[in-house]
Write a protein that binds this ligand. Structure first.
Ligand code: HEM
Length: 410
């Protein structure tokens, strides 16, 4: 039997917003997997850190999102009046069937493997144009100047956001993301999240007007037409799901590129290997996803009493947080030094894109963007050096794991 009890004086086993945890969560995960793999936190939620339980919970029909109920339990009934929480609750990401099935069905065609594969030349063009501009400068912030621009441009293309509106998105501060963390927001953070939501809602309403008048070959036009059809989706659902696509389309991919670059520069042998054998890039991307996932956690609620989850009973209505980043380092699945970066590792199947009915819609897009971005960067700036690979500045969020800045020169 595992030791579940914690003394009042000991460090909490799961303290996801402490700077130390954010800097390097992996030793904490190893301890959780070894000592208390389905850990009950003082906030009353369960945290699954092994691959077996995390992978089961995200796929098993006995678990669902029950987002509104879960949020009200955490914050009280008035919370759903806050614009940020109302919007989050209408996103497909937080819905259960049948609403989830209906909303996902409206956009899934834009993400087929074929459609994404066809985007390769455009992705290559964006990366090349960005590097053409930057290379003469001799230095850049890999996050702001490089990793961020690509996914933002791609999702702007997909959503039909006109060129002349885009500069605002490139320069907007990345402050969101805290709402996804398992630590409740403070009133000040709720206010900030609301402001961000209201600004996005105002912008997208204008875009909907534009696409009603001037339809294009883009996702916004498609969804606006579905809304006009009557009962396929409401205006509020339309807005929330466009905000989701916009956010999910870049907040995560920027970090796949950033975390991957940091990992390579901290492991010069792997960097040299990838430069010498560029054909390893596809496997390298899977390994970057596994090694330091840009999404660390997702949660589910038990829809019935669960008798045994890693030795625990989970009562109906309780929340289980699945630590994707920890599952990716579980020696039961990756017996050969899971804590090491190895771009030749066989059978890498990271949980970073989730699983089951919510499996990431943009997984293939993210992989191709990262592949082209990293391969092109290594080819065009082979002598790039990071200013500080030891102590880079992390964003203060846990679920979305990524760097604030990553200065480099050549
Ligand atoms: C490295 C990049 C990415 C990572 C690690 C990632 C991760 C994830 C994860 C873990 C989920 C499932 C969450 C859950 O089960 O609760 C998810 C869902 C989703 N992702 Fe991604 N994502 C990435 C990129 C993208 C991109 C580029 C897009 C779109 C352009 C996107 C759109 C979505 C959407 C719409 C969902 C909700 C799907 C649903 O609920 O059915 N993601 N993503």
């Amino acid at each position: 039997m595992n030791e579940h009890v914690q003394t009042a004086t000991s460090e909490p086993l799961f303290n996801p917003l402490s700077p130390e945890f954010i800097r390097n969560p992996y030793p904490h995960y190893a301890k959780m997997r070894a000592t208390d793999p389905v850990h009950l936190t003082p906030l009353g939620v369960y945290v699954a850190s092994r691959h077996a339980e995390a992978s089961l919970v995200i796929r098993d029909k006995r678990f669902g999102k029950e987002h509104v109920e879960r949020t009200i339990r955490r914050y009280g009934p008035k919370i759903m009046e806050e614009p940020a929480f109302r919007s989050l609750g209408l996103m497909m990401l937080q819905q259960d069937p049948p609403d989830h099935t209906r909303l996902r069905g409206l956009v899934v065609k834009a993400f087929t493997a074929r459609r994404i594969e066809d985007m390769r030349p455009r992705i290559q063009q964006i990366v090349d144009e960005t590097l053409d501009r930057i290379i003469p400068q001799g230095r850049m912030d890999l996050i702001e100047d490089f990793a961020f621009r690509l996914p933002v441009t791609v999702i702007c293309d997909m959503l039909g956001i006109p060129e002349e509106h885009r500069e605002a998105f490139y320069t907007r501060a990345r402050v969101g993301g805290r709402i996804l963390d398992p630590v409740p927001l403070s009133p000040e953070e709720i206010k900030q999240a609301n402001e961000g939501t209201l600004i996005s809602e105002m912008y997208f309403q204008q875009l909907f007007e534009l696409r009603r008048k001037q339809p294009g070959d883009d996702l916004t036009t498609q969804l606006v037409q579905a809304e006009e059809d009557g009962h396929k989706l409401s205006n509020e659902e339309l807005t929330a799901n466009i905000i989701l696509l916009f956010g999910a389309g870049h907040e995560t991919t920027v970090n796949l590129i950033g975390n991957g670059l940091l990992a390579l520069h901290r492991n010069p042998d792997q960097l040299a290997l990838l430069k010498a054998r560029p054909e390893l890039i596809t496997n390298a991307i899977e390994e970057f996803l596994r090694y330091d996932s840009s999404v660390q956690l997702t949660g589910r609620v038990a829809l019935e009493d669960i008798d045994d989850l890693g030795g625990r009973k989970i009562p109906k209505g309780e929340t289980v947080l699945c630590l994707l980043g920890s599952a990716n380092h579980d020696p039961a699945v990756y017996p050969d030094h899971p804590e090491r970066l190895d771009i030749t590792r066989p059978n890498v199947k990271p949980l970073s894109f989730g699983g089951g009915i919510h499996f990431c819609l943009g997984a293939q897009l993210a992989r191709i963007e990262a592949e082209i971005a990293l391969a092109t960067l290594l080819r065009r700036i082979p002598d790039l050096r990071l200013d500080d690979a030891v102590n880079p500045e992390w964003r203060p969020t846990f679920v979305l794991r990524g760097l604030k800045h990553l200065p480099a020169s050549w």
